[in-house]
Design a binder for this molecule. Structure first.
Ligand code: NAD
Length: 506
């Protein structure tokens, strides 16, 4: 590390209720709009992760024994503190991620909705009771916490994705270790501070910063009983395999290529602004971003492109602090180079660059990682720009002849996170929602991210594991069942030994 980086503020770990002020190893954190480091983030070693797991485990017992109603009081206070400090959290998100403040507020708002859902989780933790399952015998099933659970999160939602996980994990009585993205780690520290201020016992929520070494150590640690992961598909798959091989419960959400079908009868007055927001909001760095428009018929494609072009020309690209900005930079210089590489490949493969966002310049930010909105027409399934997740402001147009062809195309893709259809035809919409092999489906809704009381998750290689995140699935993921069968024989009744297996048959 050079001297200049050493003097930058440290984004460290948060362990046992306190921020850790030092770190032997760090790496730079960039402001992507400036294209230069603004902080340095700690990189946890395996030994540091082990120490955190012990601290979390020590906190777990008391927290698990805390009544759900008392846990909920912490969550209620946490929600109020999130609202009090929203500006501070959103400023940290925007500085390190590059998204606009408005977009950061949207992200935080969706995270707060999960906290609100978690406040009522006592209702979902009740278990089941049966009286008289045998003579004088009652039985019940309880939902018990797992112990220490970990969350490993991506850069694109540094507040919301952690909040998909820890509010419900904590409400279920677990201790939590968060390993946020090393690209934008500051929001996680603010969340940790606010949980402590809300009265969460020390050690019940911890943040370990770092990269692969920290992740590997979490997956391998015997005290970590379950892992929630959100990130790219290759890492999701590797984490799912490594974690489950060690007997851990794992949910690993991966990448996406979300198709929007545009039917010939679509209301373009509504579909075009929806598509613009869903493709280019957050510079396309959303796992639910629309990255492919599948137009049914050439007329639908031509009409869509004719409307998209002027709307795209009006998109203001810039740094989050600049007035009127709609779209910020992408996360790293490598990401910008990768996106631009896909555009060059698409052109070489015979697709048409209807709008080329390369070479955009932003006043006062010559080194920023900016890519303007891009639109590529006449994309075919064999092209890399179609097959791969690009994770940038790039919308591909694929032309098909029928809805059946559109559904077949979507079903053949390796990812199955989100999709939507723009149509005025209820029969087409019903057929689409029935047959499309995707986990989250919208009808005239471009970003069908489920609300907090429905769980979120994709199909195919967009999710490894059985259970989705937040909502009712979170209770299933973060608890294990214990079934108790209890008999209190009436006094004075002599017991007889039974060698036959006990049943109600006799
Ligand atoms: P990423 O996979 O690079 O990183 C995610 C996390 O894994 C980070 O905490 C990172 O430190 C860690 N990590 C990275 N490389 C690792 C390795 N080799 N071994 C162990 N851990 C490693 O993802 P990203 O670039 O931060 O985020 C973007 C990706 O996340 C996109 O693919 C996007 O689709 C996906 N995503 C998916 C969802 C969803 O719900 N399915 C939501 C948000 C983001």
């Amino acid at each position: 590390m050079n001297v200049e980086t050493k003097s930058l503020p440290l984004v460290g770990h948060f362990v046992g209720g306190r921020a850790v002020p030092e770190a032997p190893r760090t790496q730079p954190v960039y402001d992507p709009a400036l294209g230069r480091p603004v902080a340095r983030v700690a990189l946890a070693s395996a030994a540091e992760v082990g120490a955190v797991a012990e601290i979390a485990h020590a906190a777990y017992r008391d927290w698990a024994a805390t009544p759900p109603a008392k846990r909920a009081q912490v969550m209620f206070r946490f929600k109020a503190l999130l609202e009090r400090d929203a500006d501070r959290i959103c400023a940290a998100i925007s500085r390190e991620h590059g998204k606009t403040l408005d977009d950061a507020r949207g992200e935080l708002g969706r995270g707060i909705e999960v906290v609100e859902f978690a406040c009522g989780a006592g209702q979902l933790l009740k278990g089941e009771h049966s009286r008289d399952v045998g003579p004088g015998i009652d039985a019940w099933s309880e939902l018990r916490p797992l112990g220490v659970v970990a969350g490993i999160t991506p850069f694109n939602f540094p507040a919301m994705v952690p909040m998909w996980m820890f509010p419900m994990a904590l409400m279920c009585g677990n201790a939590f270790i968060l390993k946020p993205s090393e690209r934008d780690p500051s929001a996680s520290l603010i969340l940790a501070e606010l949980l402590a201020e809300a009265g969460l016992p020390d050690g019940a929520f911890n943040v370990v910063q770092g990269g692969r070494e920290a992740v590997d150590a979490l997956i391998a640690h015997p005290l970590v009983k379950a892992v929630s992961f959100v990130g790219s598909t290759p890492i999701a798959e590797a984490i799912y395999r490594a974690g489950t091989a060690q007997g851990k419960r794992v949910q690993a959400l991966g990448g996406a290529k979300n198709h929007a079908v545009v039917m010939p009868d679509a209301d373009l007055d509504a579909a075009v602004p929806a598509m613009i927001g869903a493709a280019y909001g957050s510079a396309g760095e959303r796992c639910m971003a629309i990255s492919v428009a599948v137009c049914v018929g050439d007329a639908a494609a031509d009409a869509l492109i004719a409307r998209l072009k002027p709307a795209m020309a009006a998109i203001k690209v810039g740094a989050c602090g600049q007035p009127g900005v709609d779209m910020g930079p992408v996360i790293t210089a490598e990401s910008k180079a990768r996106i631009e590489g896909y555009l060059a490949e698409a052109a070489a493969d015979g697709a048409e660059l209807a709008v080329d966002g390369r070479g955009v310049s932003v006043e006062g930010h010559p080194e920023g990682f900016f890519v303007g909105p891009c639109l590529i027409d006449k994309v075919k399934p064999g092209m890399s720009v179609y097959a791969d997740e690009i994770f940038g402001p790039v919308l591909c147009v694929v032309r098909v002849e029928t809805l059946a062809e559109a559904i077949g195309l979507i079903n053949a893709h390796e990812f199955g996170n989100g999709t939507c259809i723009f149509t005025r035809d209820g029969e087409a919409a019903r057929d689409f929602t029935d047959r499309v092999e995707v986990g989250m489906v919208g009808v005239n809704v471009p970003l069908p991210v489920p609300v907090a009381y429905h769980s979120f998750g994709g199909w195919k290689r967009s999710l490894f594991g059985d259970l989705h995140v937040y909502g009712p699935d979170a209770v299933r993921f973060y608890t294990r069942k214990k079934a108790v069968t209890q008999r209190w024989p009436a006094s004075g009744i002599a017991e007889k030994t039974q060698f036959a297996f006990p049943s109600n048959a006799r």
